[in-house]
Design a binder for this molecule. Sequence first.
Ligand code: NI
Length: 191
Amino acid sequence: MTLLKIAQIGHPVLRQPAAEVTPQQLQSQEVQTFIDDLVETMRDAQGAGLAANQVHVPLRICAIEVKDNPRYPYKPNIPLTVLVNPKLTPLSDETFENYEGCLSVPDLRGVVRRHAELKVEAWDRFGDPIDAVMRGVTAGTFQHECDHLDGKLFLDRVEDPTTLCTWKEFGRQHEAAFRERVIALVEKWGS
Ligand code: NI
């Protein structure tokens, strides 16, 4: 396993839409090894997800996993999921406000509006189809990662810049209230 370098905001790779992955590419040893490294890098950095272009590989692949994450102690757990060529379709007009951060945006968090119910269509790392519905906070995580593949950062979706804060000030000023909102969301959506 190799830990990969995570691109930081300002690097153009984060702003370019990533390329579709062909079945041949996905089967290659190179891409399979890359997926192992992407997962390892996400875990090492304690991310809830990591997109391939965040580690300088402009392909439509992202990994998502939440397992008692100390960076996001209020997030519901999500089993390891690798999405290849994902397509997200909102299932309703319902949205919620999510306080997000990103491994490519050091020490900054902000409030982003996300769809509360999504259909997720993708391949898994073996090319088998994924057809799933994600709801609540977990749906927010999926939208954040898939945005990366379109060259978007959560900052682009922050409607109220006064919500922007460092991680330290998030902990001091906003975490308690946000945690209550997350608990309510998890009760409502089950995730
Ligand atoms: Ni991110």
